[in-house]
Design a protein around this ligand. Structure first.
Ligand code: NAP
Length: 244
């Protein structure tokens, strides 16, 4: 995959899957704008150590003002946005009957509204360029549901509907929009699980282990490449077979 001369924005790239995506895209030649709720300067330094340019921006992706500032920073530094990876996400798990309205709203805002805001801001530039790649992080939970995650599952299912719609709206402009549905990936998000839950989970994964952030980053790099130009509106599962 050659992403030389491409400019990418990766949200939630301070750690975990987002960090791995930023480093993978940089390794393939892209300039990467790394952004997280706290300024991810160390990841920008890691990108630069790979010989690529990088800008780090602190932004809450659920805030329209922050997203506008983020995209303006990318445009003023590099003049274009070729690749947008909507990766930032949170969980606030609780059974539906006990779920607070606040936890519902926050999870929907960070996981779903953010994808609307970032995509709307970036696609304007992609349309002018007649080239763009939008890759959004859904989840297996958005496909099959999961007890205790009504807010998260609704947000991730929403990303899939949003992705399919955007893909139809911009396909004629050389822009693709796809989603990735990770299964269980070894990051801080899944490290919250108790050991017994992890062991139980492992038995249900045909591959027999939790995926790595790098496994997801490989799929993102492909969908962001020129080679994936005829793939749009799809949901690519990266899940060791658990969703089969
Ligand atoms: P993670 O380790 O928790 O990283 C998520 C990153 O997003 C954190 O750096 C977090 O920053 C940032 N973030 C949270 N709220 C934000 C906001 N409002 N604005 C900007 N950044 C924000 O999670 P991960 O496991 O790498 O997950 C990455 C994505 O993959 C998420 O969308 C997640 O839902 C999805 N996913 C993960 C798995 C899995 O098994 N790990 C499975 C399926 C899907 P702070 O920590 O500072 O808040």
């Amino acid at each position: 995959m050659d992403l030389s001369n491409r400019v990418a924005i990766v949200t939630g790239s301070g750690r975990g899957i987002g960090r791995a995506i930023a480093l993978k895209l940089a390794g393939a030649g892209a300039t990467v704008v790394v952004t997280d709720i706290a300024d991810p300067q160390t990841v920008a330094d890691e990108v630069r150590a790979l010989g690529r340019d990088s800008l780090s921006v602190a932004a809450d992706v659920s805030s329209a003002a922050d997203v506008a500032r983020l995209t303006e920073a990318a445009i003023s530094a590099y003049g274009r946005i070729d690749i947008l990876v909507n990766n930032a996400g949170i969980t606030r798990d609780q059974l539906l009957m006990r779920m607070s309205e606040e936890d519902w709203d926050r999870v929907l805002a960070v996981n779903l509204k953010s994808v609307f805001l970032c995509t709307k801001a970036a696609v304007r530039h992609m349309v002018k360029q007649r080239w763009g790649r939008i890759v959004s992080m859904a989840s297996i939970v958005g496909i099959v549901g999961n007890a205790g995650q009504a807010n998260y599952a609704a947000a991730k299912a929403g990303i899939i509907g949003l992705t399919k719609t955007v893909s139809r709206e911009v396909a004629s402009r050389g822009i693709t929009a796809n989603a990735i549905a990770p299964g269980f990936i070894d990051t801080q998000m899944t490290q919250k699980l108790e050991e017994a839950q992890r062991q139980e989970l492992m038995k249900r994964i045909p591959a027999g282990y939790l995926g790595t952030p790098g496994d997801v980053a490989e799929a993102v790099a492909f969908l962001a490449s020129e080679e994936a130009k005829y793939i749009t509106g799809q949901v690519l599962s990266v899940d060791g077979g658990i969703g089969l």
